[in-house]
Design a protein around this ligand. Structure first.
Ligand code: GUN
Ligand code: ZN
Length: 445
């Protein structure tokens, strides 16, 4: 009885103590996938909108005047005519490559050997890993990205560094120990057994802790023996709610190498499938040069492909077929792939996706680009509705975009006759200067 009365007495106190925030500005949200439905039917824009945030969650999105009247107690943050969007979700990147981004003149395999592997060698040093992990997450937030999906290195320290730094910042992240037991230098190889043991220990330590999700991470077929891939496939069977991330069919030389290494396999995807590494919770980065059978199989299984457009042009990999793959019903996320990607900005990444789609003759509408950078990536991560969405019930991971952040953008936006004309110059020419505010889990950064 005593407990009961204490509980009822305490409840109103808890409610009033919860800080309520009302963000005002233009709002952009989606009720469906604008790449598979008519974008205009599933895109909602309110030129005078509001977002009510309570206790880290979005509780209501609607017209500003309605929300102001209904919630006079809320702390108001008026962003004028800036655009309030879900925070960006980067569905494939390599935080250990932050310090070597924009390295000149190599293609994939040479680029890995020349620039990437020597840098990744340093991540056995906990202090270095902590430094780069924190730096990467801060850079992401500067650019309006509230979720990163990262490869780490073979070192468990690199995984602890990343999840620890994300936890400190309250960010939802996905990451895993990158596993490699062949075709990598001394000091950057594990074994089938140690990859399994370390991945399992890290998964048990981090998966579901706070906002962390673990992804089992074989780097790609050339650097994992069949024995290692089978061990990681077995681990995925033990922990089926984890994601699995890897690379697939990025460059023609790489595909030829995979064919040499696995003459019995039907194709590149088959090297994963035969090891238990093809599944609905699989994330396959790049996926540019797919065979018809591979496309059929991914469509059937429901795994997600991740488009990394700045990387695909920077490393000279090729042109991802967004329209063709979406038409097959395949889930596609959007990603920077830093440091193979040349920018931390998901705005710049959208611009590159637009340009690649143009080269296919299928330009993406700004609403489609924004969806891919937020909810599309979240759905690829099986986190749709939880992150990447400006709707009630989602985490309050939000970015506020200034649509006139530079003189060049502003003079163009001033002529705009609707939100899409006002937003597109920022997608094409914007960077971190366009990010006016970032909220992470309901806290203003
Ligand atoms: N394939 C295997 N490893 C990598 C990597 O680190 N970056 C890119 N772009 N492709 C890869
Ligand atoms: Zn990658």
């Amino acid at each position: 009885m005593k407990n009961e009365s204490l509980r009822t007495a305490a409840l109103p106190l808890i409610v009033t103590r919860m800080t309520q925030h009302l963000l005002l500005g233009q709002t952009l949200s989606f009720s469906g996938d604008p790449l598979t439905s008519d974008w205009a039917d599933v895109t909602r824009h309110d030129s005078q909108g509001g977002v009510l945030v309570v206790d880290g969650r979005i509780v209501q999105v609607g017209p500003a005047d309605v929300l102001k009247r209904a919630h006079p107690q809320a702390q108001t943050h008026d962003y004028g005519d800036a655009l309030i969007s879900a925070g960006f979700v980067d569905s494939h990147m390599h935080y250990p490559q932050t310090a070597m981004i924009a390295s000149w003149g190599k293609r994939l395999i040479d680029w890995l050997n020349t620039y990437t592997f020597p840098e990744e060698m340093r991540f056995g040093d906990q202090a270095y890993a902590d430094d780069i992990a924190g730096r990467t997450l801060d850079l992401a937030l500067d650019h309006g990205t509230t979720t990163l999906t990262s490869f780490c290195t073979i070192h468990p320290e690199s995984v602890d560094a990343f999840f620890g730094a994300a936890d400190t910042r309250g960010m939802a992240v996905v990451a895993g120990k990158t596993c490699m037991d062949r075709n990598a230098p001394d000091g950057l190889r594990d074994t089938a057994q140690s990859a399994y043991d370390d991945s399992k220990a890290l998964l048990q330590k981090w998966h579901g802790k706070g906002r962390a999700s673990y992804a089992i991470t074989p780097r790609f077929t050339p650097t994992s023996t069949p024995k290692q891939m089978h061990a990681l496939g077995a681990l995925w069977t033990e922990f089926p709610d984890c994601l699995m991330q890897t690379h697939l069919s990025e460059q023609l030389d790489e595909i030829a190498w995979v064919r040499d290494l696995h003459p019995q396999s039907r194709d590149y995807l088959d090297t994963y499938e035969s090891a238990g590494l093809l599944g609905a919770r699989g994330l396959y980065g790049h996926a540019i040069h797919l065979e018809p059978r591979e496309i059929d199989r991914i469509a059937e299984i429901g795994g997600a492909l991740v488009h990394c457009p700045t990387s695909n042009t920077f490393i000279g990999s090729g042109l991802f077929d967004m329209a063709g793959l979406k038409a097959r019903g395949i889930s596609v996320g959007l990603a920077t792939d830093t440091g193979g990607g040349s920018s931390f900005s998901m705005l710049r990444t959208m611009a590159a996706a637009y340009e690649i789609a143009q080269l296919h003759g299928t330009p993406l509408h700004p609403s489609q680009l924004m969806w891919l950078a937020t909810e599309g990536s979240a759905r690829a991560l099986h986190m749709g509705g939880q992150i990447g969405s400006l709707t009630a019930g989602a985490a309050a991971d939000i970015c506020v975009i200034d649509l006139g952040s530079t003189r060049a953008i502003d003079q163009r936006t001033n002529r705009a006759s609707d939100i899409w004309e006002a937003l597109f110059p920022t997608i094409m020419m914007g960077d971190d200067r366009a990010i006016k505010a970032v909220w992470v889990n309901g806290t203003l950064r």
